[in-house]
Design a protein around this ligand. Structure first.
Ligand code: SF4
Length: 390
């Protein structure tokens, strides 16, 4: 106990046992009462200069998504403000590591495994991306990226990526229609997607992966038909090779503007998934992979739940999700299928990331009205509150 008390006095340390939580009769959180002088809010700690702490893989293995690849974090946070993205918001403000630091990690990584993977919430916006690719080509290694933002692709970038061994172009339109992309603040038009497809085709890269989400706030069947139309047009531009769609249910995430939004529901998602699969079934060279809406339900439960999930998780481990959900208290729908109000105390409100809750709420309201928000303007803007904390 004495050790816990000592730890709790350190900024950024959270001791769950030092917070007593009371609940309303309808299961919402009523109050969070700190004990033993624990702070009301646990303030997130930040490294002042990320260049002092290069981050790269410690263990590489053939049994992972990026097999035998030295992963290198080039940046943190993303200033574009996609409203569904936890990594983008939680790590704000957007910060980059210097080219020198990244080059050093790249040389060591290639020496170790022959291949480096650049990671971060906004890898393709990394200002040193082209230089890193040139370096990789010069020393005869390979490079890969998690995904490319459609509006930053140009001919030179594609040729450099191709030269450094990047084989499958991964793009994330996320939604089928311009309108829904505005709702999520992706701010990429059909036109920009088709331009990117033309550049990819001209560069002779014919393995393309496209990420989409279904069940986004305000989505209708029209937006799903738009995915089918968009992919058909992309197929018309990239005529050779395989196009793989990854269609995942939208999972609301804490600390994003969509944290108040409900899961779309298993039935609705199954129907919408069917529209995508049927619409593309007869188109040659298109594969549709998806995460099942049931699995998405469980993921939303994990994402939106609070400490009351403990017993459910233990039951799920020993007896499976079906049994766990049957016994869960409160019922899983309470966490998954319910739109929350601004006043509600959310289970993660005790963490102070520096982002104002009101800012996230205003972003949610703008989303519901199809209004976009411009990207971060670090040094000149204080709207979300994070830069005031730095
Ligand atoms: S204060 Fe402005 S620039 Fe800073 S992280 Fe927030 S939105 Fe981005």
């Amino acid at each position: 106990m004495e050790l816990k008390k000592e730890l709790s006095s350190i900024e950024g340390v959270y001791i769950p046992a030092f917070y007593n939580i009371t609940y309303c009769p309808d299961n919402r959180i009523d109050k969070v009462i700190p004990l033993y002088n624990a702070p009301e809010k646990v303030k997130k700690r930040r490294v002042e200069d990320i260049n002092k702490y290069p981050i790269h893989s410690v263990i590489t293995t053939p049994y992972s998504e990026f097999r035998n690849t030295e992963l290198i974090e080039v940046s943190r946070g993303c200033g574009k403000g996609c409203r569904f993205c936890a990594a983008g918001f939680i790590y704000l403000p957007p910060r980059e590591r210097s080219k020198e630091v990244i080059m050093d990690s790249v040389i060591k990584g290639i020496d170790k495994t022959g291949k480096v993977g650049l990671v971060g919430a906004a890898v393709s916006e990394y200002s040193g991306l082209k230089d890193v690719c040139r370096q990789v080509i010069d020393i005869g290694g390979e490079a890969t990226l998690s995904s490319l933002r459609l509006d930053v692709i140009d001919k030179e970038c594609l040729l450099l990526l191709k030269g450094s061994g990047y084989k499958t172009i991964t793009l994330a339109p996320e939604a089928g229609s311009d309108r829904l992309r505005d709702v999520i603040n992706k701010c990429i038009s059909d036109e920009e997607i088709f331009n990117a497809a033309s550049l990819i085709s001209e560069a002779g890269m014919n393995k393309v992966k496209l990420y989409f989400m279904i069940g986004l706030p305000t989505e209708s069947d029209y937006d799903i038909e738009a995915i089918v139309l968009l992919v058909k047009k992309i197929r018309g531009i990239i005529k050779k090779g395989e196009i793989t769609l990854k269609v995942n249910p939208f999972i609301p995430k804490p600390w994003t503007p969509f944290q108040w939004s409900p899961y779309a529901g298993i039935g609705v998602l199954q129907k919408r998934l069917k529209i995508v699969k049927r619409g593309l079934a007869i188109i040659k060279g298109i594969r549709v992979n998806f995460l099942s809406p049931r699995e998405g339900y469980a993921q939303t439960y994990l994402s939106m739940g609070d400490r009351r999930l403990r017993d459910t998780l233990i039951t799920a481990h020993y007896k499976g999700w079906r049994e766990a959900f049957r016994k869960a208290e409160p019922l899983p729908d309470f966490f998954v299928n319910r739109e929350k109000r601004f006043e509600e105390v959310l289970p993660w409100d005790f963490i102070d990331h520096g982002i104002k809750k009101r800012y996230l709420w205003d972003e949610y309201q703008r989303a519901l009205k199809d209004i976009t928000t411009p990207p971060c303007n670090v040094g000149r803007c204080t709207r979300c509150g994070v830069c005031l904390m730095m």
